[in-house]
Ligand binder design. Structure first.
Ligand code: ADP
Ligand code: MG
Length: 412
């Protein structure tokens, strides 16, 4: 078994055991959803542009069993403490009645109803969640918890939604029940991801396409360096970038920056102030890089996308100005160690970088990052490999099928 399969099997065992301890009976089904990393396409989502995330080999696993009383009890473990259990009647769940972490799972049930599910006949459920996706680290533990609940109720309650609709349900829950104004990238990645593939999402049409990465064939892998830096001005910085993009689009007379190409940049430079122009140039060139990445993956394989990753980082550092010294250092170190390409990933002002690198260089990269961060007086980073993996799915209950591996994914 690979390390990832072992980790998923351990989560499955933990979910089943925790369910038994908490609810005093065994679960009847088991579900998993991965976290995600964005390969390229940053700050393009709210400009109606393109993103290219992939699902990773870190998961939220949920054990479930039906109840006869139309009530939901949902439990989750945080750190090593006891499980936190929240209870609600299905008919009472609404954005105004949910709060804290349970707004995510309960919000999904509400959102399914809003997008057309008939919940009148739905049985109650006991749910127990475990996860090895770090929470709040930018790997989208939020989309994972949404997706794992969405696929489970879809099948257990016979709702018949397709995966794109389940992604919309997750986003609606996050926007309305949690109150976080996020796009649909994360949910699309964790619901539609496939092994050794990324998901191209057109944020305007919401059309998605699975894009094979071909990392395995080329002995390449992706290493995340989480700087563990998060800046207080991230929210304000994000709002300011959005405002600049809207201003640029308005002055240039287009509905959104998606409607511009690199050929429009000369005109943009003449009509915009320097700062707005550089914000616009990032978005326009980043959209171009996402599409170029997809083309190069198809025509030449992952070894050919390095310069696009590098250019994406420079654009975020110099034009969009959302990098920080720790991210620039992580990217520089990766290049020095011999990465094919490297860039910061996520919204910026802290967070993580990714490096596309030969498998044999993972350990040298880890050591180099740790040494460089220590030498610069930065807090030690978390350096770990992520494997582009399958999206959310049902798992076999450990021991349920003689001869099968616990945690083995069933057909979708
Ligand atoms: P990220 O998605 O980057 O991990 P977010 O702030 O978007 O960070 O989402 C994290 C929040 O999602 C947590 O604070 C918690 O409320 C909820 N959450 C995520 N995973 C779980 C889980 N396994 N159990 C309970 N709540 C979770
Ligand atoms: Mg999130």
């Amino acid at each position: 078994m690979s390390a990832a399969t072992t980790a998923l099997a351990a989560l499955a065992e933990a979910a089943v055991a925790g369910f038994g301890r908490t609810f005093g009976r065994p679960p009847t089904s088991l579900w998993s959803a991965p976290g995600r990393v964005n390969l390229i396409g940053e700050h393009t989502d709210y400009n109606d542009g393109f993103v290219l995330p992939f699902a990773i080999d870190r998961h939220t696993v949920m054990a479930a069993a039906p109840r006869g009383d139309r009530r939901i009890r949902v439990a989750s473990v945080f750190a090593d403490g006891p499980a936190d259990v929240v209870e609600a009647a299905i008919d009472d769940i609404a954005p105004a009645t949910v709060d804290g972490w349970s707004a995510y799972p309960l919000g999904v049930i509400w959102a399914a109803g809003r997008l057309g599910a008939d919940l009148a006949a739905a049985a109650g459920l006991d749910l127990y969640l475990v996860s090895d996706i770090p929470i709040g680290a930018g790997l989208s533990s939020s989309a994972a918890i949404e997706a794992v609940v969405a696929i489970a109720i879809d099948e257990l309650w016979g709702l018949g939604f397709d995966r794109s609709t389940l992604a919309r349900i997750g986003r609606l829950a996050e926007n309305e029940a949690v109150g976080a104004p996020t796009g649909i990238m994360d949910q699309s990645a964790v619901l539609l991801g496939e092994t050794d593939s990324a998901v191209l999402l057109d944020c305007r049409s919401l059309v998605t396409q699975v894009v094979p990465l071909g990392l395995a064939d080329e002995q390449l892998t992706i290493v995340v360096t989480d700087t563990r830096v998060s800046h207080a001005h991230a929210t304000g910085g994000y709002a300011a970038r959005r405002a600049s993009c809207e201003k640029g689009a308005a002055i240039l007379g287009v509905p959104s920056l998606r409607d511009l190409t690199v050929d429009d940049l000369a005109r943009a430079s003449a009509e915009l102030d320097d700062e707005t122009f550089r914000r616009v140039r990032h978005v326009v060139t980043e959209n171009d890089r996402v599409l170029a990445t997809v083309e190069r993956l198809r025509d030449a394989g992952p070894g050919a996308i390095g310069e696009l990753l590098d250019a994406s980082h420079s654009s975020m550092r110099d034009d969009f100005e959302i990098s920080v010294p720790e991210l620039d250092l992580a990217v520089e170190v990766a290049r020095r160690v011999g990465a094919v390409g490297s860039r910061m990933t996520g919204g910026g002002f802290g967070g993580a970088s990714i490096a596309l690198i030969r498998r044999s260089l993972v350990e040298p990269l880890r050591q180099a990052q740790e040494q460089a961060f220590a030498a610069s007086g930065h807090r030690a980073p978390e350096v770990f490999e992520v494997v582009p993996s399958a999206g959310a799915g049902r798992l076999a209950l450990p021991g349920a099928l003689p001869g099968s591996l616990p945690g083995e994914e069933t057909a979708r």
